[in-house]
Design a binder for this molecule. Sequence first.
Ligand code: 0O2
Length: 204
Amino acid sequence: MNWEIFLAPYTQAVDELKIKLKGMRKQFDYESRHSPIEFVTGRVKPISSIIEKAKRRGIAMANVEEEIQDIAGLRVVCPFVGDIYEVVDMLRLRKDFTIVEEKDYIEKNKESGYRSFHVIISYPVETIYGEKRLLAEIQIRTLAMNFWAINEHSLNYKYSGQIPFEIKQRLKNASEAAFRLDEEMSKIRQEIREAQEVFRRKKD
Ligand code: 0O2
C-alpha cells in the first residue's frame, strides 16, 4: 500500500471541509449572530491508527476505504447541546456532500460515558483522474463533551485501551458531571448569550 497516494484525497477532503465548516462560523460572525460553532478542527487518521483499527476489527486492507469511516475526521465544538442539533440541521441542508449515517451518542451515550453526535458523509474530492467519493466523519459535541473525550482518549492511549476499573468509574462519574454541566448551562443559555452580546458591543 502506498500510503502517501492513498491518503492524499483524505488530506484534501479534510482541508476543504475545515474551510467550509469554519466558513459557517464566520458567516454567523459577519451577521453578528450568535454562532452555534465555537471551533472546528480536522485531522487525517495517522497510518498506525488505521492499521491498528483494521486489525482490531478484522478489516482487510483492501476494504479499509469502505469500512473505516473516520480516516478523514472533522470536529465541530459547540457551546450548548442545542447548538449541536442546529449544526446537524445545517449539515442536512448542504448540497456539497451526502449524509450516509447519523450516530447520536448524546441521546444514548456509549458504555464508556462518551457523548457526541457523529455524521458520516460521502464527500466528493476532485482528483486529476476525476471525482472520487470518500467517507468522512464529522463529530459534533459541546465543550464539556470535548473536554471529557480528549482526557478519556489520552487515558485510553496510556493504558492501551485497558483503563483500570477505578479510573473507568471516575470517568463515568466525570461524564455524568459533564452531562449536568451541559444541562445547567443550557438552562442559563439566554443569559449567557445576552452577556456575550453586551461584551461584543462594548468591544466594537
Ligand atoms: P481516534 O483515535 O479518535 O481516531 P462502530 O462500529 O460504529 O461502533 P466506529 O466505526 O469506531 O465504531 O465509530 P464510532 O464508535 O462512532 O467511533 C468513531 C470515533 O469516535 C472514534 O475513533 C473516536 O474518535 C470517537 N469515539 C468513539 N467512542 C469513543 C469513546 O468511548 N471515547 C472517546 N474518547 N472517543 C470515542 P477511533 O478510531 O476509535 O479513535
